[in-house]
Design a protein around this ligand. Sequence first.
Ligand SMILES: [Zn+2]
Length: 306
Amino acid sequence: MRLAVVAQASVRPIVVPSSAGLRLAAAPSSDESLLIERMQASKTLTHIDVLNRTPRTWKTPGYDQAVDYVVQQMRDAGWDVRVEELEAKSWSGTGKLRNVVAERRGTAADGERKLVVAGAHLDSVRNGPGANDNASGSSTLIELAKSFEGIDTRNDVRLVWFDGEEAGLLGSIAHVKANAADSDRTIAMLNMDMVGSYAGRVGFDLGRRTGTAGLSDAMKGVQLRTGLTAVEYPERHSRSDHASFDNVGIPSIDFGVSVKSVEKDDPYYHSPKDTVDKINPDVLEGYGDLIAVTLLDFANRSSRIG
Ligand SMILES: [Zn+2]
């Protein structure tokens, strides 16, 4: 997650349903159960352990090493993978960006397939190795790709590891611009940033523009069906890559630490101490499960939630 640069306006509060009320017994589908079984924190931690050996700052060799690692992992997993080289043109920086993009084709007919994007920033601040921020999200994305093996979806799925998030969401801004032809058929963007916070919990916030009651209900539905639980934060923000999609009207969900409690949940945020030993495996596991079933849900929808 990037530093706050402007005051963030808070949006209307959202009531989180009480677990004291009547609840139906969870009944996950066989694909959902399989994903929950496959998404294991112990596997995700092996990638964090590799990625957090060096800072992965934009335009440094450490970042390029991380790109090579992700590309190899995606090749091994059988996904179509490429490095998307784009030019950053922003008030906060210029230069070459290198996003990693992995794709999988859905089963619906041409013209009927929609697209779901899941993303995480692969870069880190210069001041630390960024285990939670954001090797945690990047590694969860790697394990998502592997966990979907043999699980068909109606829609295409695109996974993106973004460059230059800490420099001002540069990789995601450039990606959305370069892939504008796909915007209309993109039914959701799922972002993950800081999903292993030391003192954290499993939660998410919705896009400031696109976070409708319908999108909130969809998240409640996923939780009721699977028995997984998460907090929907009332605060919405533009401090991670989901904002680049939200800004062009693509329904966006940001999984990770609450913008209101970053320093409390992760006292090692943006410091040299943000290392793999501080990752909370229970939190990491909870996010992996929730993100996987959410991705499955959107990957099988035939239309965007308004
Ligand atoms: Zn950050």
